[in-house]
Design a protein around this ligand. Structure first.
Ligand SMILES: [Zn+2]
Length: 247
């Protein structure tokens, strides 16, 4: 995923926001929250999440995609309540895992304040505890469920830092996308690709876990995660013959 090294040039789209405040329709707030959550997570997981929204008293903002993160948690300050934000475009399994990850930050904050490491033992305990409610075949398909079970033995800081789990979760990204999407690491050096629909880049050298890629319109260099999903710009026949697509 690219890191905007220039800063300040980040596009901010209007966030899709769930306001967990009283509403004037006939629906109760919980019913309304349930309906909204069902759009983003597996239906069987929604009742408990909706319960937690009330129980833990947090505001959930579903935001535009951020390349730097899938979600985040902010503890209460200046009279506001806990806030969790999640990228809107995650598939429902990734969304649920990310949401539970952030709720674990919340319960960890409630139990330990700021005194512990963000992804230390205390957080891991909370995350395992909360996730155990969802590890069922009614909620996750088999591949995700087994991937998650392995992940839960020692949860990494995010599903992004567990490439095995990330690969499994990514398999379930929208079927609506054309077959032209690939993990960046699978493309040969100097392949041209599109990111976010209309920005054209050329793949460059690997630097640790990321690839430095040049945006062709500006010449600026951006760092992309090896597992960033990008759209191939050139027809596949233009790509070197030794290149095989493996999923
Ligand atoms: Zn975290």
């Amino acid at each position: 995923m690219p890191v905007d090294k220039k800063g300040g040039k980040t596009t901010i789209l209007k966030a899709l926001r769930i306001n967990f405040t009283f509403n004037k329709t006939d629906m109760t707030q919980e019913e309304r929250n349930f309906r909204i959550m069902c759009k983003y997570i597996p239906e069987k997981a929604a009742p408990l999440i909706v319960k937690w929204v009330t129980l833990f008293d947090f505001k959930l903002k579903i935001t535009k995609e951020r390349n730097s993160k899938l979600g985040d948690y902010r503890p209460p300050y200046n009279g506001s309540n806990h806030q969790i934000t999640i990228n809107h475009n995650l598939n429902k399994y990734s969304f649920l895992v990310t949401l539970v990850h952030e709720i674990a930050h919340l319960t960890c904050y409630n139990n330990h304040g700021n005194k512990v490491n963000p992804h230390g033992e205390e957080w891991k305990k909370e995350f395992k505890n909360l996730m155990s409610n969802f590890l069922s075949k009614e909620i996750f398909p088999d591949d995700v469920l087994y991937g998650l079970m392995a992940h839960m033995r020692n949860p990494a800081a995010s599903s992004c830092s567990d490439p095995k789990l990330l690969r499994i979760l990514k398999r379930h990204d929208e079927e609506g996308k054309s077959g032209n999407y690939f993990f960046l690491e699978k493309l040969p050096y100097k392949t041209k690709f599109l990111h976010n629909g209309d920005r054209l880049f050329e793949k460059g050298e690997k630097r640790r876990t990321r690839f430095s890629c040049t945006e062709l319109a500006t010449g600026n260099i951006y760092l992309f995660h090896a597992l960033a999903e990008v759209e191939l710009f050139e027809p596949i026949s233009h790509v070197e013959s030794s290149f095989k697509i493996e999923f």
